[in-house]
Write a protein that binds this ligand. Structure first.
Ligand code: ZN
Length: 126
């Protein structure tokens, strides 16, 4: 979910929480893929024929690819959420995450927000 859409639909704090949950879900997937890679390597040791070995190799490649994708997605979502969170403090009253969306660009990643406490406006770019 894009930053602008997230702030509009559920508010900044919920959006941030969901980004963290989603990113850590990808970290769990990375770990599961790592376990599957070790399983595939162990299975390859016991195979004798080329047909079985090709199957195990295909499993290994699939798990490595999925694991790398999940790790990349984990890092992207985590960095994305942290970058937004580092800009979520009101510059005037220092309230964290208490903001409303005022305006966003087409990408939904550069937003103008307003503090709910003091009404000060600023931009968040991720
Ligand atoms: Zn404020």
């Amino acid at each position: 979910m894009r930053l602008a859409e997230g702030i509009r639909r559920v508010g900044f704090r919920k959006w941030y929480e969901r980004q963290l949950l989603q990113s850590h879900g990808h970290l769990v997937l990375t770990f599961l893929c790592l376990v599957a890679v070790f399983g595939a390597l162990e299975a390859m040791r016991g195979t004798l024929g080329w047909a079985e070995r090709v199957e195990e190799l295909a499993t290994l490649v699939l798990c490595v690819g999925t694991g790398l994708w999940a790790l990349r997605r984990y890092l992207y979502l985590l960095n994305h959420a942290e970058l937004a969170a580092s800009q979520a403090d009101c510059p005037q009253c220092k309230a964290y995450g208490r903001l409303d969306l005022v305006q966003s660009d087409d990408s939904g990643e550069r937003v103008t927000v307003r503090c709910r406490g003091c009404g000060h406006g600023w931009r968040i770019e991720v």
